[in-house]
Design a protein around this ligand. Structure first.
Ligand code: PXG
Length: 288
């Protein structure tokens, strides 16, 4: 495997960052996780826009244009002979002195890893996930806006550990007001009767690319969906729930905190949306 590092492709074994990189020292940097389907990068422009916004929010200048980044992502897929895979695009603050100030870091580091993807086993799509609410709250936007996809993922890692301790693969994270924000690496959608809902960004949700694509599909299909604050009560009493994320795509949830959701089986709309999403993912992307 070859990894893109600051304009060059190097062998995976030589793809190393300095111990003085603030990405390592402070989690100072931003990233994207992107999918390659059948030789096409899904929603590449949307991912690059989110990366630019994350970087802008933390005063990080990405030294490449959108077009140059786009070309580097496609080249990383070509160099590794990939048709399907997962692309991790990282921009670190770069090497600096041992102090918090970002100003000592003159050269941001750009890393692109394009690799095969390990997916959730198919049985979770057939039977649905059991999830729990984590006691770890999503970070307050006044501390660090959760819309910034930063290299500091400890908040989510703590919640993912809570999920694991409860024997689950995902967990719901509430914001500090007690409203549902999202899961540790996925956005959440739920249905009451014929109305779907997902938390708004201001509740602490990442502007998920899959979330956006699913809202578009729902709109095209005439499926009613709103962005609104949700409580645990609305989660427990939902008729249908699914999660969205680049890795998971659309995955059904059948149990939350021991409460069975709907019939306890993946819902019909979830199954239909997943099929529609998979078709779109394979036809809509940027050809490498
Ligand atoms: N919320 C959070 C906190 C995320 O990190 C999503 C929602 C879903 O967004 P997208 O744009 O993917 O639809 C994410 C992103 C991984 C991995 O390696 C995935 C994410 C984050 C970090 C790692 O699977 N999901």
């Amino acid at each position: 495997m070859k990894v893109y590092m600051n304009g060059e492709f190097v062998d995976a074994a030589d793809a190393k960052v300095s111990v003085f990189d603030h990405g390592l020292l402070y989690g100072d940097g931003v990233f994207e996780g992107i999918r390659l389907y059948d030789g096409c990068v899904f929603k590449l422009d949307e991912h690059l826009e989110r990366l630019e916004h994350s970087a802008k929010a933390i005063l990080l200048n990405i030294p490449l244009t959108r077009a140059e980044l786009s070309e580097a992502v496609c080249e990383a897929c070509r160099v590794n002979n990939l048709k399907d895979g997962y692309i991790r695009l990282v921009v670190t603050r770069g090497v600096g002195s041992l102090g918090l100030s970002h100003k000592s870091c003159k050269n941001p580091g750009i890393i692109i890893i394009a690799d095969k993807i390990s997916l959730y086993p198919e049985e979770f799509y057939e039977k649905g996930l059991r999830i729990v609410t984590s006691a770890t709250r999503r970070i307050n936007p006044a501390a660090l806006p959760p819309m910034v996809k930063s290299l500091n993922y400890l908040n989510n890692i703590m919640a993912k550990a809570d999920a694991g301790l409860a024997g689950c693969l995902e967990a719901i994270m509430l914001n500090d007001q007690g409203y549902v924000a999202e899961c540790t690496g996925d956005n959440i959608f739920l249905r009451h009767k014929d109305r779907w809902a997902t938390p708004p960004f201001h509740a602490g949700a990442l502007k998920g690319i899959t979330r956006g694509a699913v809202l578009d599909i729902m709109n095209d299909e005439g499926i009613q969906a709103v962005e609104t604050n949700l409580t645990r009560y609305e989660v427990w009493t939902a008729d249908e729930i699914f999660l969205t994320g680049t890795a998971a795509e659309i995955i059904p949830v059948v149990d939350v905190d021991g409460r069975t959701i709907g019939t306890g089986l993946p819902g019909d709309t979830t199954t239909r949306l997943r099929a529609l999403f998979q078709t779109r993912a394979r036809t809509d992307g940027t050809r490498i």
